[in-house]
Design a protein around this ligand. Structure first.
Ligand code: B12
Ligand code: SF4
Length: 566
């Protein structure tokens, strides 16, 4: 069987600023398929190569794949739909498959908008895609698909979703094939070296209300540190990777395993630097270990500091305090690493004053880098539900952290964008002239100057934060946010859509409760005394269900919200 995987060609200025990043799903999904015997696999990174649809169509016509796979995060969804339409038109006999976070929750809307998509894979893809491929290869998919867990498809014009596939139990069973990627293309500009995005852990035991990552992976799992570092060794030695960031939501919560992973990196003397995203609370808990992390090559830590007021932190259910944020930044910097702070901007209570307050706070915290991300209401997050009819913009292509989606009560979206861009300009202007060139540690200085170079390059080409949409007209500045007007809905329309188009709604209960209200993946003897299914990830009290039982804790201290055995 000929299998073609495609990363859709979507761009928006933001995280791409630091270079071209490899789409890891292709290595994880492609590697699993190869291990299952599907060896005729090709991957096209239409995003990195900026491939237009007609070129893609030509490639598909020439290669005549039997199956075309694509991935989608929320802002990429329309481009992913287009990509699979191009595939179907170019080779009507091929089966088209879409996976990733957005389709996992929004399969109903997607299938009604893009009926040329044959299958949607919901959730973690490795095990599901093999099961699906087996029935496609056998030519029995139409008959057998109802038995493949974790997929959705159209049958007689109706959306069918099979019960969710359980999360992968043993992440060490993963067999990513990194050779599927063309490594020359993936360069991290700050260090001018190849970059990779491997997965050490999946999931997050916290439940922030604006986030959906914890819902997507469902349980927190972490890999065997030795086996993970084997993979890093392959990336460094075979593919000449010099920098990696962990794809993980929270790699540090299981301190024992994170420490073991660092020790393994030190012992093997791999000349590689790396970065992580993690929680402020873990940094504070592990402050004494920061020099050791630095020794293991960890140089860049991005923190979900999120808000400039405690009120918003609490609203997000972030379970951190303002004071903790500042302390974590100080500690990271004191240990020679780069501290990056992330803020969420543009909620309905944003004002000119709060934008300024956030800027002043960023200056006071004095993180090495700051990102002001626009609040993006993933339609499968809790905060989206709370905001309800206040989310009028349903043009998902703009759900990209750089476009104000919410209309604040006391200012225009355009002014939020201008205010945030002003914060960027002021913050980095100061850093460029008064901070980065004077950093004493030569390695960190070089790194920060490299980041600045990447930032300036993207700004000059007007790609950073998509600033091409901000235009000077005489003394004033005009902004065109470029929303698709047909995807802006009034409060009245939102109310009406709830009854007329229930398919637009996310499957908020993915992996837990089925459409009829019965738990999706429980048998009757798997129901707890209170009637709730035992395998829901989150218990009524908000604690993750996947905390290890006492007996399983002996050799595996999986996430316990900071209460680690050490
Ligand atoms: C690395 C990364 C990037 C890289 C992109 C690398 C690339 N070329 O894809 C960079 C830095 C460029 C980037 C940019 C952006 N990113 Co980003 N990124 C990540 C990050 C940290 C890791 C992604 C990853 O590799 N995961 C590991 C792989 C294995 O997981 P996965 O992709 O989900 O794939 C699994 C399943 O989803 C499924 N699957 C996925 N695709 C497919 C396809 C098929 C056919 C099948 C069967 C299965 C399947 O199976 C896979 C294995 O289980 C995540 C956060 C996170 N922790 O996941 C954010 C994340 C994906 N990014 C996000 C966003 C919003 C963006 C930006 C819009 C931000 C910005 N303005 O810069 C841009 C968009 C760029 C673009 N053009 O699309 C959001 C998406 C949220 C959402 N609901 O859509 C995330 C989740 C961060 C967050 N906090 O919410 N990002
Ligand atoms: S800690 Fe991070 S990954 Fe976890 S739920 Fe909160 S925002 Fe999401």
């Amino acid at each position: 069987m000929r299998i073609l995987m495609i990363q859709p060609n979507y761009h928006c200025g933001g995280a791409e600023i630091a270079g071209n990043w490899p789409p890891s799903w292709a290595a994880y999904i492609g590697g699993t398929l190869k291990a299952a015997g599907y060896t005729n696999i090709k991957f096209i990174d239409a995003m990195t190569e900026d491939l237009p649809d007609d070129v893609l169509a030509e490639i598909i016509r020439k290669n005549q794949p039997d199956v075309v796979l694509a991935s989608a995060i929320t802002p990429m969804i329309y481009k992913a739909q287009d990509t699979l339409r191009v595939a179907k038109e170019s080779n009507p006999n091929c089966k088209t498959v879409l996976g990733g976070i957005h389709p996992t929750f929004m399969y109903s809307q997607i299938l009604s908008e893009a009926p040329w998509i044959d299958y949607i894979v919901r959730g973690e893809g490795e095990e599901i895609v093999v099961n699906l491929m087996n029935v496609i290869a056998a030519g029995t998919d139409i008959k057998d698909r109802k038995d493949v867990l974790g997929i959705a498809y159209l049958e007689d014009g109706k959306v069918v979703a099979t019960p969710a596939h359980p999360p992968i139990k043993d992440l060490d069973s993963l067999t990513p094939d990194w050779s599927i990627l063309d490594w020359d293309k993936y360069i991290y500009i700050p260090l001018n070296t190849r970059v990779a995005v491997p997965n050490f852990a999946r999931g997050c035991p916290f439940t922030c209300r604006f986030c959906s990552q914890w819902k997507f992976w469902r349980t927190y799992r972490v890999r065997n540190p030795k086996k993970f570092v084997d993979e890093i060794e392959t990336l460094v030695k075979d593919h000449k990777v010099g920098f990696f960031i962990l794809a993980d939501e929270e790699p540090t919560i299981n301190r024992d395993k994170f420490v073991a992973m660092c020790q393994e990196l030190i012992d093997r003397k791999l000349d590689v630097h790396w970065g992580i995203n993690t929680r402020v609370t873990d940094i504070l808990r592990d402050a004494h270990l920061l020099p050791f992390y630095r020794k293991a090559g960890l140089v860049h830590i991005s923190l979900g500091t999120e808000a400039a007021t405690q009120m918003n932190l609490d609203r997000f259910r972030k379970e951190t305090t303002m004071e903790e944020n500042k302390r974590a930044i100080d500690m990271i910097k004191a240990n020679g690493m780069v501290a990056e702070a992330q803020f969420i901007m543009g909620l309905e209570n944003e004002t000119v004053e709060t934008i300024e307050e956030t800027f002043q706070l960023a200056r006071y915290w004095d993180a090495d880098m700051v990102n002001w991300n626009m609040y993006t209401p993933w339609p499968f997050s809790e905060l989206f539900e709370e905001l309800g009819d206040k989310v009028e913009v349903r043009d998902y292509s703009k759900y990209n952290f750089v476009t104000p989606i919410m209309q604040p009560d006391h200012m225009d979206r355009e002014d939020v964008l201008k205010g945030v861009l002003r914060s960027y300009a002021r913050f980095y202007m100061r850093k460029s002239f008064l901070d980065y060139p004077f950093i004493k540690d030569p390695w960190k200085r070089k790194y920060m100057m490299g980041c600045l170079k990447a930032f300036l390059k993207m700004t000059a080409s007007k790609r950073f934060y998509d600033i091409g949409r901000v235009k000077r007209k005489g003394l004033s500045t005009e902004v065109d946010l470029g929303f698709d007007e047909s995807k802006i809905v009034s409060k009245e329309e939102i109310a009406k859509l709830k009854t007329t188009r229930p398919d637009l709604k996310a499957d908020m209960d993915f992996g837990t409760i089925s459409a009829c209200g019965a738990p999706k993946q429980v048998s009757l003897n798997n129901v707890s005394a209170c009637g709730a299914p035992k395998d829901l990830e989150i218990s009524a009290c908000g604690a993750p269900r996947d905390l290890p039982s006492l007996d399983s804790q002996q050799d595996d201290n999986t996430a316990t919200r900071g209460m680690m055995k050490i």
